[in-house]
Design a protein around this ligand. Structure first.
Ligand code: FAD
Length: 293
């Protein structure tokens, strides 16, 4: 199938893009890398009347470290995140996660902003943003809005963005020297969307976890910042404490059945991921010895 007829406008500046979006409202769609938008149009899941191509707006592309903040422009492509020494040094969780996003051809075109605005609950990057405590920066004609990543994702393919706004950048705190991260996803093949995944960022404090953000993906309608991890922070983790946290996690998650996996399997995998994460971060293999379910 091919897309319905549509008009095309190449934005010459952020201001120009915003004018077009305001004039056309929800009949217009922003085009970044096109790796999610074009398939959706070709399948006629959506039929916008106007495509606003922001791909030439160099001001929205790039990675910069300013003090203890890492700023990433919305048009920064997946491949640029993968190859960036700044990302590897200051947000290594992202470097690890991005290798699991699709395949090289898609990573060569797809952008960070596109992935976040698309808000697929099985995507890796939205969960990383939640784990890393990112701020999402949005621009509209009235000015700029800054939203914590955990508040930005509001449902399946839904975010706090309105049809008249652009996601322009994200800001991440640079990792501290006592930081550690964990990333793992269960997928049928490398590069497929996950069946269940976990992006986590921790602060190590001696043999304990002094801080921990676990963001699960593909187990709910958006990335889930697990509250159950509070049971693992600033305590000596025993197998019993971990089992208690896993039970709380299972109650907190609300995964859906779909053609890839039943909800019960996703919930089970999330508990397995929690154990693997604690075990890997603390260097204690016995915590991942099973017995959680
Ligand atoms: C075969 C295949 C496999 C894939 N596998 C994975 C995977 O495993 N994991 C994964 O995370 N992704 C996967 N993707 C999606 C891929 O990562 C996309 O690149 C990404 O989701 C969208 O980025 P984009 O720049 O291409 O956005 P586009 O397709 O251009 O846009 C996506 C949506 O976001 C909106 N949008 C884009 N940019 C902005 C902006 N700056 N401000 C406001 N709205 C905006 C668009 O209007 C559209 O609704 C896959 C895609 C394909 C085709």
């Amino acid at each position: 199938m091919k897309a319905s007829a549509f008009s095309y406008a190449r934005a010459t500046s952020v201001g120009d893009a915003l004018e077009l979006l305001v004039a056309h409202g929800d009949k217009a769609k922003v085009l970044s890398g096109g790796q999610s938008l074009m398939p959706a149009m070709n399948l006629r899941l959506i039929s916008p009347e106007l495509i606003v191509d922001i791909g030439e707006l160099a001001e929205l592309r790039g990675i910069a470290v300013r003090g203890d903040v890492l700023n990433i422009g919305a048009l920064t492509r997946h491949v640029d995140l993968l190859n960036s020494p700044d990302i590897a040094a200051h947000a290594p969780l992202l470097t690890e996660a991005i290798a699991h996003v699709a395949h090289p051809a898609i990573r060569n075109r797809g952008t960070l902003g596109g992935s976040l605005a698309h808000a697929d609950p099985a995507s890796e990057l939205p969960a990383c943003m939640v784990a890393l405590n990112a701020i999402i920066i949005i621009r509209g004609q009235a000015g700029e809005r800054r939203i914590a990543a955990e508040d930005f994702f509001t449902g399946i393919y839904e975010t706090a963005l309105s049809a008249q706004e652009l996601l322009v950048a994200v800001e991440l705190p640079v990792t501290k020297k006592e930081s550690a991260h964990f990333f793992f996803e269960f997928a049928r093949r490398h590069g497929d969307y996950a069946i269940a995944g976990l992006a986590a960022q921790a602060i190590m404090a001696g043999g304990r976890l002094g801080g921990l953000r676990m963001a699960f993906f593909a187990v709910g309608d958006r990335p889930v910042l697990a509250r159950a991890v509070n049971k693992l922070v600033n305590v000596t983790i025993t197998p019993a404490a971990l089992a208690d946290a896993a039970t709380a996690l299972g109650e907190e998650l609300d995964p859906q059945d779909d053609q890839q996996a039943p909800a019960s399997m996703r919930r089970h995998l999330a508990k397995v991921l929690m154990a693997r994460c604690a075990s890997a971060l603390l260097g204690r293999p016995e915590l991942n010895a099973g017995g959680l379910v």
